[in-house]
Design a protein around this ligand. Sequence first.
Ligand code: ASP
Ligand code: MG
Length: 424
Amino acid sequence: MSKAIVFKFGGASVKDADSIKNLFNILFKRLRNPMVLVVSAIGKTTNALEEILQAKFNNDAYSLKCSILRSHHMTICESLFPRDHDVFLRLDSLFDSLEGQLKNELSSLNYDEYYDQVIVYGELASSLILQAYIEYRQVSSIWIDARKVIKTNSDFRFAKVSWNHTQDKVNEVLLPWIQEKLVVTQGFIGSDESGKSTTLGREGSDFSAAIIASCLDADSVTIWKDVAGVLNADPKKFKNTRKFEELDYHEAAELTYYGASVIHPKTIKPLANKHIPLYVKSFVKPEASGTKIHKVNEPNTVPCIVMKENQVLVTFKVTDFTFINESHIHSVYEKLEFLKLKVNLLQVSGISISIVIDDDIFKLDRLLDSLSDRFQIKYNKNLFLITIKNPNQKMIKRMVRDKVVMLEQITRYSFQVAYKLSTN
Ligand code: ASP
Ligand code: MG
């Protein structure tokens, strides 16, 4: 049996009817057997669902937002299918059940679990449309519910994969089909032991593709994006960017760790472990080479810049005339781990620990509450964090120009600065 290939299409590649047609053309030219397609929610849908949840949480009206989302999906279908196609009924009943879900009570206590039960509808809807369209264009395919395949623990919103269980489910649910049909499934979503929906963290569809590829021992994974490949900086934020033809697994993983949003951070490891190459290619220019991530022997020396927005700098200062020791660091890290907060920058001085983290709903408050008896805590919100790998002095100077630097750190491999924009 030949090895499978896995294609992952993100939200931008299914954002409207023309994009879905373009996706189909890319796929049609590259059809292979066996093949799995992993698709994210239609562009902006996950954000729209988050807004619906937020409105519900605040006891504001949300039904108009639901109707807009439903009709957005319907309008896309109107340009893809004849009026009497059953996709319309299927989509309608999917949105009915989303609205049913939203009738349940939501509070800050069940927020994460509730979030996952609602947010999965984005991927369910996009994959339903895509598979129906592929079938309509006469390619034999099957829609598979990723929640029957990707098994996780119950850490809602940030679920951890149960690898053995997932491997069994891939064998049981996916393998019997992949010889016969193109498999279309969802990224980002899974389910826990009791069958409740879970998600793998925002932008987690890349990771889903890697999980499936790893369990299938696939030949390759291709992530189709609206950029040319992996670049040394985000072209929307920086000028004169360079695209990598190839990149080592380690380098790619490190860039994603610092926040390069081109690939989800967890994607690389399962692929590297099985030596499965990852291609990042443009769905706008599908014939162009893109970037191949695999084992590369030469280290990369090109400076790479990653910028993260919406950061919080939190400083924990000891109050009892002692100096920072391992137990202080341990207590901060224990809480961060508990709250699933990742530290983007850490700096320790004699009397304080400073961290830069993403500003995540509720979590900052919980962090402050749980450590306020041990430390005097100060924080600054709305910061930016820039990381430069392989920096040079000129770049460092340019990066901090006209900015209010809050924290800065230089190591032999990298430079990091947390700053706010100067107000004058
Ligand atoms: N739809 C999800 C998100 O927007 C997952 C993904 O796009 O990978 O975060
Ligand atoms: Mg996405």
